[in-house]
Design a protein around this ligand. Sequence first.
Ligand SMILES: Nc1ncnc2c1ncn2[C@@H]1O[C@H](COP(=O)(O)OP(=O)(O)O)[C@@H](O)[C@H]1O
Ligand SMILES: CC(C)(COP(=O)(O)O)[C@@H](O)C(=O)NCCC(=O)O
Ligand SMILES: [K+]
Length: 257
Amino acid sequence: MLLAIDCGNTNTVFSIWDGDSFIATWRTSTEHQRTADQYYVWLSTLMNLKGIQPDITDVIISSTVPRVVFNLRVLSDRYFGTRPYVVGRPDCALPVDVRVDTGTQVGPDRLVNTVAGYDLYGGDIIVVDFGTATTFDVVEADGAYVGGVIAPGVNLSLQALHEAAAALPHVDISRPQAVVGTNTVACMQSGIFWGYVGLVKEICQRIKAERDRPMKIISTGGLAPLFQQSDVLFDDVQDDLTMHGLTVIYRHNTKQG
Ligand SMILES: Nc1ncnc2c1ncn2[C@@H]1O[C@H](COP(=O)(O)OP(=O)(O)O)[C@@H](O)[C@H]1O
Ligand SMILES: CC(C)(COP(=O)(O)O)[C@@H](O)C(=O)NCCC(=O)O
Ligand SMILES: [K+]
């Protein structure tokens, strides 16, 4: 069985793939101090609770936080006796080309998302991921990753308002009833929610105009369904896009032997 690990700046997701489907998914906050032994205690407890045998034979990791990779590698070596595939490292091949400026280290999550998007929808797509940052990634007709856009994440923007302004509270994102808020929380939610709807529309429209062709827009991340409710912003919303991409990259590497 494959253990796929998607480590973002906020959360780390562990999923177990039995070759056909994901049989379990668990999420923990990303903390670079967490040791391999701590990961294993947590993971084995959850596997036990679900009645899953700990017969992990392969591990694949995508991490936007370089410092956590060391401990995840140790987890893989020590407890599963396998050397993990780490997306972005030379010994983990990608099934698509990456056409960006020389020396650019594209976030592995962005590469994985575009691999998944191409596998499920074909080329000429934009993948929008609502993570710590909100990223837009462009896939060429032949599947190549050709760049994108990085905007501040939704929760990051709300947090920034709260941290910078003494009278602004911490608020959670939600779709406000009206654009004109009549209290502080409603005003903040409106600014972020409708601001993001505008941001998504404008960026996607400009990408399409710049590339001068129709493109499908696929979205992922916990907040994608919330934004899709406001308007049809995306052609499709895929919850587990990054995890799907990890299985595609894993298969690509094992096929190559
Ligand atoms: N369904 C949801 N509702 C509200 N906030 C969410 C939801 N899903 C994720 N988030 C928040 O969105 C942010 C990004 O989450 P996540 O996709 O896990 O980020 P990353 O991949 O960068 O670690 C976090 O602040 C998280 O708390
Ligand atoms: C843009 C990101 C911060 C998004 O990370 P996430 O929101 O998934 O935690 C990450 O992909 C990253 O660190 N990228 C490196 C720079 C780049 O992709 O060009
Ligand atoms: K992410």
